[in-house]
Design a protein around this ligand. Structure first.
Ligand SMILES: [Zn+2]
Length: 455
């Protein structure tokens, strides 16, 4: 048992909070929250003094691509499709080539370890990752103490052959991965993710839907991130993407649609009717110039919204403090209405909204929930005095406020020190592996660039 004593504030969710109380953790669940909690002498308990600390639910990053941890700080001047051609697909293709001649699990382990370190340090306790199927990703989660959802799926049309595998082989790999790693009673689960509807045949989408149903998995896809993507789907299907997915039976409460920046008339209403969640990625949408999702409208339709960073190549961080801030500020600006998206709504999206998308029983600090808890220091200049707790956390708090992180009842970082994984070693190895991968090549993103002319 773990007893967190004398917590200054417990932010239970976006609207409920308690002052001066304790949290008792039994195994991986919250056993009690209240004032002056004690434990019978017969129980073994570790007591941690949390004076001056604020407890919040761990943040949930509901959509990312962790391999992009190796691709930060590259090309901030391209929209989605050419950006994929220039930045992510060449790397994707390179890793696939390496995979065909050997094992990439160590590289995958390192990008997942980098992500876990950054996430833990910035208060994230659950990551929903999509793309590479490699045991290395989950092994790093197992070692670091991170809670992770590995979202796997495949595209079978519209991609060059070096980016895809034979469909039978891919299906077998997906099933093998689910059988090996999906365990709803553990920190690691799997999800199904068709990358985007227009890159998947009807057969592929139906197969993935059936697998999700068979194994009780959540299912997610990118949907209408750009205007051209929405147009492509309309031309290919003869109807908008959401209507097409609905006709194939994919939409439902376990389904989440990522981006939804350029939905066509009637799509949002249909998604709301089917109980679909949406995943909002404000920083990535801004960096790629994709636009701004009409989140206010989605909230008014009663749609559950989660918050996410998307991949680090288009963000360039995995920091949910930044994401909450960006989420609220950009909606206020584009709606010309400061009430368009409040701190409370952003906080809800980053916690309970995300937990629903990931299919995990966390996101709030209440008795019986999973013990995914972040303790923030209140004794710093950026949040002193500590006025409205949720507004102060959303607009003022930073990674440097995160002191201690508990995931699944286990302390993974205590007083700013990660105990589960060797941080320095992971950083050194990431640098070494990356240098080896780009050795002898001049990556296109390393070209000298000119400042835009003012003429
Ligand atoms: Zn994405």
């Amino acid at each position: 048992m773990l007893l967190l004593k004398n917590i200054e504030w417990v932010i239970q969710d976006a609207t409920a909070m308690k002052k001066n109380c304790d949290i008792l953790i039994d195994g991986n669940r919250i056993a009690e929250i209240g004032g002056s909690l004690t434990v019978e002498k017969s129980h073994e308990v570790e007591v941690i003094d949390c004076s001056g600390l604020i407890a919040v639910p761990g943040f949930v990053n509901s959509h990312t691509h962790l391999y992009q941890c190796l691709l930060r700080g590259i090309r901030d001047d391209l929209p989605l499709e050419p950006w994929c051609q220039e930045v992510t697909l060449p790397f994707y293709s390179k890793v696939r080539k390496l995979e065909r001649v050997g094992d990439i699990s160590r590289i995958a382990y390192i990008w997942s370890a980098l992500a876990s370190i950054e996430a833990i340090r910035s208060g994230t306790t659950c990551i929903f990752d999509n793309d590479y199927i490699s045991n290395g990703v989950m092994e790093a989660w197992a070692d670091s103490g991170m809670r992770g959802v590995m979202a796997i799926g495949f595209a079978d049309q519209g991609l060059s052959p070096e980016l895809t595998e034979e469909t039978g082989y891919t299906k077998a790999t997906i099933l093998k991965t689910i059988k090996k790693w999906h365990n709803p009673n553990s920190r690691i689960t799997c999800a199904i993710m068709p990358p985007t509807p227009y890159l998947c045949s009807k057969d592929a989408l139906t197969w993935m839907k059936n697998v999700a149903e068979d194994y009780g998995l959540v299912i997610q896809t990118h949907l209408s991130e750009t205007r051209s993507e929405a147009k492509t789907m309309l031309e290919a299907f003869g109807e908008p993407g959401a209507m097409y997915l609905d006709r194939l039976g994919l939409l439902g409460p376990r389904f989440s649609a990522v981006h939804c920046v350029h939905l066509l008339p009637g799509e949002a209403e249909l998604l709301a009717e089917r109980g679909v969640s949406m995943v909002y990625n404000p920083k990535s949408n801004m960096k790629l110039g994709s636009g701004v999702a009409p989140i206010r409208k989605f909230v008014d339709l009663g749609i559950n919204i989660a918050l996410a960073t998307d991949g680090p190549a288009s963000n360039d961080l995995l920091d949910m403090f930044e994401e909450m801030r960006a989420a609220a500020l950009i909606q206020k600006a584009v709606c010309e209405n400061p009430a368009a998206l409040t701190a409370r709504t952003a906080f809800h999206m980053a916690t309970a909204g995300g937990a629903k998308v990931c299919g995990i029983d966390s996101g709030t600090l209440v008795k019986g929930k999973l013990a995914d808890i972040v303790l923030l220091s209140q004794r710093t200049s950026n949040i002193t005095p500590f006025n409205d707790p949720v507004e102060t956390i959303v607009y003022c708090a930073k990674e440097s406020n995160v002191r201690t992180v508990i995931i699944d009842g286990q302390i993974v970082m205590r007083d700013g020190v990660i105990h589960t994984i060797d941080e320095v070693h992971a950083l050194d190895e990431a640098q070494r592996l990356w240098s080896e991968m780009v050795a002898g090549t001049e990556p296109p993103f390393m070209e000298a660039r000119k400042l835009p002319s003012s003429e």
